[in-house]
Design a protein around this ligand. Structure first.
Ligand code: PT1
Length: 275
């Protein structure tokens, strides 16, 4: 449960928080502007001070409906930010990408975790992940971000996600990814109805059978719109409830926009559970 992230330590003996650092593209700037980098550095420092265990940086939106970006565009957005955050704090940095070229460049810049919503299914990704030898998050997704919410369909969502984990664990370890470097994530909101998401959270313990730590990313997602009728900026209470329950059911890493509040939910749940 202790991971070596390109020289930085991630200890998941007790549950921890993965803080989301937004690298928001805007048409008036590229990711390399001083003010953007300065904001990223200050954001990372704040997350570290609030108790995050790892900082997740991504240059491609994977929200429902989001379009893909080119590798050049993604590298342009993300690489200087990874370098700046590696400089400004000593936490491990995770790179949220599906592209092997971005994985390679980010790890060369100091990133120490590959967070892949496509679970290394992109051509060349599994070989690069094996070569880089850093921890990898294998996330379940049905379809692709642009169309995944059109008509999500499962035989049995929990069984189907478990089958997917079995397949991806086999493919990754066959390519040389160490089993001890794998983290699994059911992919809340990625090609799932609200009911599918509830079933996955309710049955989260089923995914402990693989022996890998579980990551859950549910922060501010549309399930809180569907179930609670909350707009984006009103979803923190629901997100905290979900984080506490995910930890209660065995999750070891919670991906969040709200480090301090989420860490309280995580720590209280872990204390109750005596983890
Ligand atoms: C996640 C995750 C991620 N989520 C991992 N990486 C996003 N490992 C990005 C919605 O329903 O859960 N795990 N990287 C963000 N993606 C979404 C998906 C954001 C759905 C919002 C929704 O609102």
């Amino acid at each position: 449960m202790v991971f070596n992230c390109n020289g930085r330590r991630l200890d998941l003996t007790t549950p921890q928080v993965m803080a989301i650092l937004n690298v928001t593209p805007d048409s008036f700037s590229d990711g390399g502007r001083y003010s953007d980098l300065d904001a990223a550095k200050r954001g990372a420092e704040e997350m570290a001070a609030e108790g995050a265990a790892v900082i997740d940086i991504g240059g491609e939106s994977t929200r429902p409906g989001a379009a893909a970006v080119s590798e050049a565009e993604e590298l342009d957005r993300v690489l200087t930010v990874v370098e700046a955050v590696i400089d400004s704090c000593d936490l491990p940095v995770s790179i949220d990408t599906t592209k092997p070229g971005v994985m390679r460049a980010a790890v060369a810049a100091g990133a120490g975790v590959i967070n892949d919503i496509n679970a290394l299914r992109t051509a060349g990704a599994v070989e690069v992940a094996a070569e880089l030898a850093v921890p990898v998050v294998l996330m379940h997704m049905q379809g692709s971000p642009r169309t995944m919410q059109d008509a999500p369909l499962y035989r049995d969502v929990v069984a189907d996600v478990a089958d997917f984990f079995r397949q991806r664990l086999t493919a990754a370890t066959a390519a040389g990814v160490l089993p001890t470097n794998i983290i699994l994530d059911p992919g809340i909101g990625f090609g799932k109805s609200a009911d599918h998401n509830l079933q996955l959270l309710r049955e989260l313990e089923q995914f402990l059978q693989f022996g890998s730590p579980l990551l859950v990313g549910i922060s501010r997602k549309s399930i809180f719109g569907t179930i609670l009728g909350r707009a984006l900026e009103e979803r923190l209470p629901g997100s905290l409830a979900a984080a506490a329950i995910a930890v209660w059911l065995g999750a070891k890493l919670i991906r969040t926009h709200d480090t301090k509040a989420t860490l309280d939910a995580v720590n209280f749940s872990a204390a109750l559970r005596q983890q």
